[in-house]
Ligand binder design. Structure first.
Ligand code: SAT
Ligand code: MN
Length: 589
């Protein structure tokens, strides 16, 4: 498929090591993909679902020990430990290469290696970057075909260029003790072994589009962020774009595909989805910040997705979708998960493969981190700008997390520097998207804790640098939201989902200088009258509680922030220290 010497030399080195019985180039044609689907069904790797109800849809089950990203086995192998920083696992590149070579050696004997050329971003866009993933898993090929642009057009676009991200994945025997997800940023190389689950093996996603890309972005003056991108259209037909960072499984897909409350729909408001997980951002010729979604599909959390919570996501999964670790309704070969509806199938296959009566079953039929891989073009509200090679201009950047108590519903940073600090002090209660305890508060700056490909302190510095390159009136305004605030008796205070639009409207009005705000120790807050509660069953007192800042709780958080920042030592930008001092002083007044 190519005469690119760098590609061919690398491929030879990898095949000499992994020793596959055959090598197949993925050209991206539907005929080839269809053959692979048939093969995966014949070997049991995938199960064909009901062709009438779910045309083109397949089911895949991973090993029980292999159901989420494994952060403790994810490494950033920079030449020095300093470069990877204190929150990444690190090993010297030589040592890691040697260790992994031994594991990869002969790992594909008797198996086929697939060569997948793929583009993150529309092929040929100035934002886009090319990768090639070698894998022995058809599941990976078929997922990559949904999540990225693949095949001949991409390898043609690469031409003789030696500049591409070299990705190697071997399923091996899925041994969790020898599972490694390793990034070598200086070599633009990703090696993954002993997993067959989503984010560990679809190497274009977190490994490339965030870890490697954040490193490239720092060197090349752009940003790779864990952000959704949405367009909000007002009744005059003007669309403004917002990008928002939340940790995994905190509702990015839901926010990206939000359906406005009825009274706003009637007025003519609409939301358009550009991306649900990753944004690549560059400063455009006009000095504004532009974003593309480098992906071509959604790898969304299935549980909790319903007609009511996310109609558009559910619609997106109705055709040409791969479901991973959800439950099967054996009667009609459709899928089910907790929160889809109140009618679990009686005759069900649990995600582990166990046959159960779903109506009497206790526990989860679908794994809490079960997923759908759906083409973005299936989404009823996909933005017209989705394929725009120049991206969309960003008016507001929103940070958020799950905080039962601390963070108010919404507040605005005073300026870019303060906004970077707000992002840097993000924290959230953990979810099932990564292995480990669920519900524990952890600091997750810009939702990038598991995804930053270099020292987090330098990453804060890069954010500050990007701000210096934009005039204050052109740079996006920065906000923080928390949909998950709870009352003392443990109930969510805010309805969330479509009603989050009410908060987005305040945010955009602030960007245009049309809405009021009041100063608070942590930033600019709306008053209870600034958030439109038309048709909502929420009292002024409850809204007041949602917008309140408890200084005592915040001062405790400041202590935790200090401890967190201490690990970066002298590398922490002075500006972050300054912002921390301002916050503490404001709270102590
Ligand atoms: O499994 S993934 O890392 O791709 C999804 C996520 O955690 O957001
Ligand atoms: Mn994510």
């Amino acid at each position: 498929m190519t005469n690119n010497k760098t590609v061919l030399d690398w491929l030879k080195e990898m095949t000499d090591m992994c020793k596959p019985s055959s090598v197949i180039w993925i050209d991206g044609s539907e005929a080839q993909l269809e053959e692979l689907r048939a093969e995966a069904v014949s070997t049991g790797e995938m199960i064909k679902l009901n062709e009438e109800k779910l045309p083109g849809c397949y089911y895949h089950r991973t090993a029980e020990n292999d159901v989420a990203r494994v952060e403790d086995r994810t490494f950033i192998c920079t030449p020095t430990e300093e470069e990877a920083g204190p929150i990444n696992n690190w090993m010297a590149p030589d040592k890691m290469y040697a260790k992994l070579r031994a594991l990869y050696d002969g790992s594909m004997v008797g198996r086929t290696m697939y060569v997948i050329p793929y583009s993150m971003g529309p092929v040929g866009s100035p934002f886009s970057k090319i990768g090639i993933e070698l894998t022995d898993s058809i599941y990976v090929v078929l997922n990559m075909a949904i999540m990225t642009r693949i095949g001949k057009a991409v390898i043609d676009e690469l031409g003789d260029n030696p500049d591409f991200v070299k990705c190697l994945h071997a399923k091996k025997d899925v041994n969790p003790d020898e599972r490694y997800i390793v990034q070598f940023p200086q070599d633009s190389t990703i090696w993954s072994i002993n997993s067959a689950y989503g984010g560990n093996v679809l190497l274009g996603k977190k490994c490339f589009a965030l870890r490697i890309a954040s490193y490239l972005g720092k060197n090349e003056g752009w940003m790779a962020e864990h952000m959704l991108i949405l367009g909000l259209e007002n009744p005059q037909g003007e669309v403004k774009y917002i990008s928002a960072a939340f940790p995994s499984a905190c509702g990015k897909t839901n926010l990206a595909m939000l359906i406005p409350p009825e009274y706003l729909r009637e007025k003519g408001y609409k939301v358009w989805t550009v991306g649900d997980d990753i944004a690549w951002l560059r400063i455009g010729p006009d000095g504004r910040l532009y974003a593309i979604n480098p992906e071509a599909g959604f790898f969304g959390v299935a549980p909790g997705t319903s007609e009511k919570t996310n109609f558009n996501a559910l619609e997106s999964t109705k055709k040409n979708t791969i479901f991973t670790n959800v439950a099967i309704n054996n009667d009609d070969m459709t899928v089910w998960w907790e929160g889809l509806d109140k009618n679990p199938p009686k005759n069900a296959t649990e995600w582990t493969g166990k046959q159960v009566d779903g109506t009497t079953y206790e526990g989860n039929l679908a794994h809490p981190n079960s997923r759908f891989t759906a083409p973005a073009i299936n989404c009823p509200c996909i933005s017209k700008e989705f394929e725009n090679p120049d991206g969309v201009p960003i008016s507001a950047i929103v940070f958020g997390g799950r905080r039962a108590k601390t963070a108010p519903l919404v507040y605005q940073a005073r300026d870019w520097e303060h906004g970077v600090f707000v992002g840097a002090t993000m924290a959230s209660e953990t979810t099932a998207a990564a292995t480990g305890a669920v519900g524990v508060v952890r600091r997750d700056p810009m939702a990038m804790k598991p995804f930053v490909g270099y020292n987090m302190a330098d990453y804060f510095g890069h954010w500050l640098e990007m701000g210096k390159k934009m005039d204050a009136d052109k740079a996006p305004k920065i906000f923080h939201v928390n949909w998950f605030r709870k009352s003392d008796d443990g109930k969510f205070l805010w309805p969330g989902f479509g009603d989050n639009m009410r908060v987005l409207l305040w945010i955009l009005d602030r960007c245009e200088g049309k809405a009021d705000a009041v100063e608070s120790p942590i930033g600019l807050l709306p008053t209870v009258d600034d958030i439109d509660t038309t048709g909502l069953d929420i009292s002024k007192e409850e809204l007041q509680e949602l917008l309140s800042v408890d200084k005592k709780v915040w001062l405790e958080d400041v202590e935790n922030q200090k401890e967190y920042f201490a690990q970066f030592g002298d590398r922490l930008p002075a500006e972050i220290k300054k912002q921390l001092e301002i916050l503490e002083a404001n709270l102590s007044k």
